[in-house]
Design a protein around this ligand. Sequence first.
Ligand code: 13P
Length: 250
Amino acid sequence: MRQALIIGNWKMNGNLAENDRLLATISTSYDSSNGIEIVVCPPSIYMDQVSRQLSQSKIKFGAQNVSAYKSGAFTGEVSTAMLHDFSCSYVLLGHSERRSLHHESDVEIADKFSAVVQAGITPVLCVGETLVQRQSEETFAVIAEQISKVVEQVGIKAFEHAVIAYEPVWAIGTGETATPEQAQIVHALIRRQLAEYDVTIANNIRIIYGGSVNANNAHSLFKQNDIDGGLVGGASLNADAFINICQAYN
Ligand code: 13P
């Protein structure tokens, strides 16, 4: 049985006061009895604030990115050891905004994946196709390559505790969500691809969906067999919307 996972990706949003209010509301509303794992990913500058404020809560937190390197002359970067200092549990890797705006390659993403696993942190590998790629029926080829490049570089065993997030680029921040059926097809294909390497890992790995998830569409997405939760952007900045999405899992 895969535990449901809902991650809020705050992207480059928030400030001390807003974070304080958001965390206070979601941690008060968190119901540990429903078995859902909830994670927030703030900008790394707020990691200390988030770790303090969630210290008594079951809500976990993660980073939006990390360096593949341990330390040294990498201005502006944050290492896995630094994240570990704050008991950070997850790291998003290969988000489409990092791939497109920061030109992150599959090789760099795999290097980061490896560093994150070695640090005992859970990587969340983000994959997804653009609208042009979907329209030219390349969706699965694109995603299969994004996954196989990492598996071949780090080895399938490194995926034992990993998470995969399917985020169609055309659905991110656009208000246009993949239909539950469209998302389920891709999630099932990802699981089938992983099964070619290791059936147990494929069955156990959590594959979450991201791209304009909101309180109205969450339930029908989460009902799909291979959708184990959500990676939520915009709606995770609003406490009520985020709580409603978490409650939609049931
Ligand atoms: P939105 O939920 O705002 O579409 O963002 C999705 C996303 O990119 C989460 O990582």
